[in-house]
Design a protein around this ligand. Structure first.
Ligand code: NAI
Length: 385
């Protein structure tokens, strides 16, 4: 199968490696020659490292490198079967790229976009044949993260969805299908992990070390503040703001001033040496408060807010319950699926906790999903028999 990848930046280079590793012929296109040579050199360095650690054979390295061509002319994609774009996140630029591609490619070629925040439907709308356009959202780093969200535009044909799923499954990825709604599955459901933790911090209930430590205690690999520092506040804040705006300013998704100030100060996190934590050598760090009531208040608040978001995504048919749980465990490494977690905690407990928060704060962000309420009346669970 011939794969085209457009954009040789962070995501494009990773996706190209994934497809080449699975044995496909890949052509990577970029309009910036320097980016192409940087990406092809970096691939060799990465594979050499893996070879040094004996995680890959010399033969496989040769095969992967040999499977990829790095070019700068989209006409080379005339016989591609599947093209995925990972260029700049700008609707007009993506639309114009797809329009020019349509005059080059074969009628059967699938056009995929790796967009993380634009509507796939709006990208498809620029095409003569929008039924072959689909969202294929990888997570960073694409070579390591197993999850890929498949997002049909409202114009996408069902055959294209199935063929795309088969292709990406063949790249050793776990695919989930998501409705074309803001944040798809992961970037939508994960919002409260950050926003509720920020809120707890802003209230002065606990410091960052305590909140991070409490959430790690219940199985999260990283606490929200360490994770935001790692992702970079410029990126994490933009995702939150985009989701909030796309949901017509639903107060549930309101971004935090605390995080905005970090962005304004250019305290982007680990990459800039300072975010919530100070990454300079010898910088002070507080010891986390281990008080049981403090820790359980933090974890209950964050967890029920996450569960509420997952339940509401299911209620609104964003994805199936199986895909929602798979997405959160494979896309952001949550220790278990949030709906499974809801069953374990008890649906009644989740609703009561949300109602208590709603009563205490009188804020819409704590409104409980109608699905959870209905489940109490019907005495049902998500997965438990
Ligand atoms: P990047 O800035 O690292 O790379 C973009 C590349 O596209 C650059 O090499 C640039 O020269 C090239 N490019 C720009 N316009 C072009 C055009 N018209 N034709 C050909 N090449 C062009 O960007 P990154 O981070 O790889 O993101 C790419 C896409 O993937 C965006 O849509 C982004 O939202 C999405 N995405 C990014 C993730 C991330 O964590 N970085 C995660 C998931 C999706």
């Amino acid at each position: 199968m011939k794969i085209g990848v457009i954009g040789s930046g962070t995501m494009g280079a990773g996706i190209a490696q994934v497809a080449a590793q699975a044995g496909n012929q890949v052509i990577v296109i970029d309009n910036n020659i320097e980016s192409l040579s940087r990406a092809s050199n970096q691939l060799v360095v990465t594979l050499d490292k893996l070879l040094g650690k004996q995680k890959i054979t010399a033969e496989k390295v040769k095969q992967i490198v040999g499977n990829i061509q790095w070019l700068n002319d989209i006409n080379s994609l005339h016989d591609a079967d599947f093209i995925i774009e990972a260029i700049v996140e700008n609707l007009e630029v993506k639309q114009s790229l797809f329009l020019s591609l349509e005059s080059v490619i074969s009628p059967s070629c699938i056009l995929a976009t790796n967009t993380s925040s634009l509507s796939v439907t709006s990208i498809a709308a620029s095409c003569k044949y929008p039924e072959r356009v689909i969202g294929v959202h990888f997570f960073n780093p694409a070579t390591i993260m197993e999850l890929v969200e498949i997002i049909p535009a409202i114009q996408t044909s069902s055959e294209i969805v199935q063929t795309t799923k088969n292709i990406v499954d063949g790249w050793n990825k776990k695919t989930v299908v998501a409705k074309d709604t803001p944040g798809f599955i992961v970037n939508r459901i994960a919002r409260p992990f950050y926003s509720e933790s920020l809120r707890i911090l802003e209230e002065g209930f606990a410091n960052i070390e305590t909140i991070d430590s409490a959430l790690c205690q219940i199985g999260f690999r990283m606490g929200p503040f360490a994770l935001m520092d790692l992702i970079g506040h410029d990126i994490n804040y933009t995702v939150t703001e985009t989701v909030w705006k796309s949901f017509y300013f639903d107060p549930k998704y309101t971004p935090s001033f605390t995080q905005k100030r970090l962005v304004e100060a250019k305290w982007f996190g680990k990459k800039s040496g300072r975010g919530f934590y100070n990454y300079q050598e010898g910088a002070d760090k507080n010891s986390p408060d281990k008080d049981e009531i403090v820790c359980s208040t933090i974890t209950n608040r964050v967890l029920v807010m996450l569960i509420n978001e997952a339940a509401n995504a299911l209620f609104l048919h964003v994805a199936s319950k199986e895909d929602i749980d798979l997405a959160m465990t494979k896309g952001v490494n949550y220790p278990k699926g949030l709906l499974k977690w809801a069953d374990e905690l008890g649906i009644k407990y989740c609703v009561e906790t949300l109602d208590t928060l709603y009563k205490e704060y009188g804020e819409d962000r704590y409104r409980c999903s109608p699905l959870l309420r209905k489940m109490i009346v019907q005495q049902t669970t998500f997965f438990k028999p």
